[in-house]
Design a protein around this ligand. Structure first.
Ligand SMILES: [Zn+2]
Ligand SMILES: [Zn+2]
Length: 170
C-alpha cells in the first residue's frame, strides 16, 4: 500500500458563479493524493505497473478545461475520471484551490477537499473489497449470467466481492 501525490498542479480557468470569473478567469491549484497497492511496481520497476503522473495530470487538465460553477463539481469529476482509469485505487482525496474566491476580495484563496473511499465490506461474506458503486463494478471477468447478477444486486442491495461472485459463476 502506498500513497502517490501530485501537488500544486496549476490551471488558469473560467470556473465560478460570478460573471467576472467567467470572463476574466482565475488561478486554480489542484492537489491529488492516491492510495493504491504498490507491490507490483516496486518489484518490476515498470511504469505500466504504477500510476503514471502524466496520465493523472491529463485527467485533471481535461476536467479543468470545462467551465463549471463549483469547485465541488470539479473535484467530483476528477475523482470519477481517476477511478475509471485505475482500478486499484483505494482512496483519492482531491483538493482544489481558487486564488481569488470572489471579485475584489483580498482573500488568499478558497478551497474544497473531496475524498472518496472505495474500500467497503462485502454484504454477503464481510470481506473487504474495492467497490466503485457504478457500472464498472461487479467484475466483468467473471462469467456470470446477467439475470443472476441482477438478482444478487437486488438481494444484497449492492455489489458483492469477487470471491462471492465466483460462487455464482457458471
Ligand atoms: Zn463476499
Ligand atoms: Zn460496487
Amino acid at each position: 500500500m502506498g500513497l502517490i501525490a501530485l501537488e500544486g498542479m496549476q490551471f488558469y480557468a473560467y470556473h465560478g458563479v460570478y460573471k467576472e470569473e467567467q470572463l476574466v478567469g482565475n488561478e486554480f491549484t489542484v492537489d491529488i493524493y492516491l492510495q493504491t497497492a504498490f507491490d507490483a511496481a516496486s518489484t518490476s520497476d515498470e511504469l505500466a505497473d504504477t500510476i503514471n503522473y502524466e496520465t493523472v495530470y491529463l485527467i485533471c487538465k481535461k476536467v479543468m478545461q470545462v467551465n463549471t460553477q463549483l469547485l465541488e463539481t470539479l473535484a467530483q469529476r476528477i475523482i470519477a475520471g481517476l477511478k475509471h482509469q485505475y482500478n486499484s485505487l483505494q482512496q483519492e482525496p482531491v483538493k482544489i484551490r481558487k486564488a481569488n474566491p470572489f471579485p475584489g476580495s483580498r482573500v488568499q484563496g478558497a478551497s474544497v477537499e473531496l475524498e472518496d473511499n472505495f474500500v467497503t465490506s462485502c454484504p454477503r461474506c464481510g470481506r473487504g473489497f474495492i467497490c466503485y458503486r457504478d457500472d464498472s463494478c461487479m467484475n466483468p471477468d467473471i462469467p456470470i449470467l446477467p439475470q443472476t447478477l441482477m438478482e444478487l444486486r437486488r438481494r444484497y442491495k449492492g455489489c458483492l466481492c469477487d470471491n462471492c461472485l465466483r460462487e455464482f459463476a457458471g
